[in-house]
Design a protein around this ligand. Structure first.
Ligand SMILES: [Zn+2]
Length: 81
């Protein structure tokens, strides 16, 4: 069963669990260091030694803004703007 959460609940989860610096003046996001992306390529492996890393947008506000900008850029590219 899939349970949906609201954007506010999602943000609250990140804020409570992964925001080290609540003032947001320093490093706010423990996951990406507040740069908005997480690159684990070549750094994460299964127990069998298979690489399973990747490059992804973070779930923090910076990552979500980057993802949104990326999606807009892709959409513009598709319509030839
Ligand atoms: Zn982040």
């Amino acid at each position: 069963m899939k349970r949906k959460i609201t954007k506010t609940q999602f943000f609250d989860l990140w804020w409570d669990e992964f925001c080290a610096d609540k003032s947001m003046t320093g490093v706010g996001c423990m996951l990406c260091g507040s740069n908005g992306s997480i690159d684990t390529r070549g750094k994460v492996f299964t127990a069998a030694g298979v690489e399973c890393g990747g490059l992804a947008f973070c779930i923090c506000p910076n990552g979500r803004a980057l993802k949104r900008a990326h999606e807009i850029a892709i959409a513009r590219q598709e319509v030839g703007q």
